[in-house]
Ligand binder design. Structure first.
Ligand SMILES: [Zn+2]
Length: 188
């Protein structure tokens, strides 16, 4: 092996090492900042849903440090030119403002109001649970706009996906549902 080849291999190995060394914080930043988040808009003091440009944050972390910028906000396009001051809230606590975590925390430990099944942590593999409102209509949580969720959580009650589907069917096709007569309580 010639000396030149050795130098080339050494430079390549160094390059790969450096790439991996920088890729780790880049990938970490990407996963940390992706997903919808709820923040309090510094201008209106209302809850809004935003999404950080996670790819850009990842590239920033790869090069030097993550640069945070919004990719989406529920107040856009009207306020697209705002100063994005809400990013400070995300930097301080990226985990707790993530919509997924907020929803998961709200369901966890609660019981379905219809079948009394206890909810565990939210999983991407399960069907999304629902909420039932004062009008007795149920919706999947994903069908709601994220910025509505904090308010909806105070007026609605949790239902599991199975009960949500059964209730929706009952509401849309009442002619097809046969309700058995309520049996007298056996406890008595
Ligand atoms: Zn249920």
């Amino acid at each position: 092996m010639t000396g030149t080849m050795l130098v080339v291999i050494a430079v390549l190995a160094l390059g790969v090492g450096l790439f991996v060394f920088r890729a780790i914080p880049g990938i970490r930043a990407y996963f940390e900042y992706r997903g919808k988040r709820l923040i309090t808009c510094p201008e209106t003091h209302k809850t809004e849903a935003v999404e950080v440009a996670a790819g850009e944050a990842g590239v920033g972390a790869f090069l030097t440090e993550p640069t945070l910028r919004l990719k989406e906000c529920s107040r856009w396009p009207e306020r697209q030119d705002c100063g994005q001051e809400c990013l400070q809230q995300i930097e301080v606590d990226p985990e707790n403002c993530l919509v997924w975590n907020i929803v998961s925390k709200w369901y966890e430990g609660k019981k379905c109001v219809l079948c009394h099944k206890t909810f565990g942590e939210l999983s991407h593999l399960d069907h999304p649970p629902g909420l039932i409102g004062p009008d007795h209509k149920s919706v999947e949580w994903r069908e709601l706009r994220p910025e509505q969720l904090p308010e909806v959580f105070s007026t609605h009650r949790p239902v599991c996906w199975n009960c949500h589907v059964a209730e929706t069917f009952r509401r849309l096709h009442p002619e097809l549902v046969v309700d058995r007569e309520a049996e007298p309580k056996r406890m008595m």
